[in-house]
Design a protein around this ligand. Structure first.
Ligand code: SF4
Length: 404
């Protein structure tokens, strides 16, 4: 064990103390604590992986920008210093404020923009895409982003010929180098559909220890790999709108602590065990979480079969508290009246991430008529259709009470 944690400027004792103890008190949206250093080897900095056919080597941990980047300039600085050189933002994060914070960092730190693989995203339904992209670039203080995602698609049919033409034009104009989409709804079908389109460079999707072993997900990922599509995982902690008490959780946490890392770090490592996942997008709104996740990324210890079994046992015991993103199922059951999994995502931000403001803002982004329906609608058909057995009606009412 070295006396100084390489690249952090902190002694190992201080680093563990700072990240470990503070982490235990932090929110639960990402890895929380850095435990004692594991016996395994450590990379000098965050490893990189190739992002599919783009050929670009990106850091396996990337900074999700859904937090106050304007007032967290030091965090951006530390992320870069620790080798988190892939940053992800979106027009909708803080209504442009996330982009503005990153732009402020680039303008105040000459040479930093060139080091960062920068991604932003737009939802296509709200007005002129080109004009909005220009505004995003202006906020980011750059003339291009490296990768552009159409934000949060629910089905591959949203990748229309018009979007294809637009993407080609923007690439030609130098506004972005690579193009793709993000999705946390019906991910498996979106991925399978992307594999059939030769104009998608990369996809960011919900992917975690709960979903990665499902045959449909495995087949969709394999199809994308074959097509050369770069894959980025998000929502890797597998948190849900409900927190279930689980004996398996205690067992799992104890097992990983003995190995020198937390179960939150183990969840990241489970995703990295798939070499085809180029990077994990993680919300790391404070140095505690950033430090813990960086430590997990640098730790080269492999998870064992027993570790995966432990995660699986936990996944099974808590399945009824996890919304699997199969939004088409409940939406169809309700004739499209309520995007149940979007509301579930708001609850997840509140309950699992411990981010009430983010939850409230995301909830406020739903159409007013949808929010009104939540308190009165009969959700029985959706509950009968839900493969996870979620108490949808109860959760929709709870969302109204907590987030309206
Ligand atoms: S509520 Fe159930 S059916 Fe709807 S997306 Fe979540 S898990 Fe799937």
């Amino acid at each position: 064990m070295s006396k100084e944690t390489k690249g952090t400027g902190l002694s190992r004792r201080d680093f563990v103390k700072t990240m470990g103890l503070a982490g235990l008190a932090a929110g639960a949206g990402a890895s929380q604590a850095l435990a004692a250093p594991p016996a395994g080897a450590k990379a000098a900095t965050i490893p990189k992986r190739k992002l599919g056919k783009t050929g670009v080597e990106v850091s396996i941990l990337n900074l999700g920008g859904m937090f106050d980047t304007i007032n967290n300039q030091l965090l951006l600085k530390q992320a870069r210093k620790w080798g988190v050189t892939y940053w992800d933002t979106a027009e909708s994060y803080g209504n442009g404020l996330s982009e503005e914070g990153m732009g402020r960092y680039f303008s105040r730190n000459p040479g930093s923009r060139e080091e960062i693989f920068l991604v932003t995203k737009l939802v296509p339904k709200k007005g002129n895409l080109t004009a909005r992209l220009e505004k995003s670039l202006k906020r980011l203080k750059t003339d291009h982003v490296d990768l552009f995602f159409i934000h949060a698609i629910c089905g591959i049919e949203e990748m229309t010929p018009a979007i294809r033409e637009w993407a080609a034009a923007m690439k030609k104009a130098g506004k972005f180098k690579f193009f793709g989409f993000s999705t946390h709804t019906d991910m498996e079908n979106c991925l399978a559909g992307a594999a059939k389109l030769d104009w998608i460079d990369a996809v960011m999707m919900t992917y975690n220890f709960r979903l990665m072993h499902k045959p449909k997900m495995k087949a969709a990922v394999a199809a994308c790999v074959k097509a050369g599509i770069g894959l980025v995982a998000m929502k890797t902690q597998g948190g849900g709108p409900v927190t279930c008490d689980s004996e398996a959780e205690l067992k799992m946490a104890g097992r990983f602590l003995e190995k020198g890392f937390t179960d939150k770090q183990a969840r990241l490592k489970a995703v990295w065990e798939n070499p085809h996942i180029a990077s994990i997008c993680s919300q790391m709104p404070n140095l505690t979480i950033l430090g813990a996740n960086v430590a997990a990324a640098r730790d080269l210890t492999k998870l064992s079969r027993g570790d995966f079994e432990s995660l699986q046992e936990y996944a099974q015991e808590t399945a009824c508290g996890y919304c699997a993103g199969c939004g088409r199922i409940c939406m169809t059951a309700l004739n499209g009246a309520v995007p149940v999994n979007e509301v579930m995502r708001c609850l997840m931000y509140r309950q699992d991430y411990g981010e009430p403001e983010l939850a409230r803002l995301t909830f406020a982004g739903l159409a007013p008529e949808v929010r009104e329906r939540l308190a009165t609608m009969d959700f029985t058909p959706a509950e009968l259709a839900c493969p996870q057995g979620l108490p949808i009606a109860q959760l929709m009412r709870q969302a109204t009470e907590m987030l309206a």
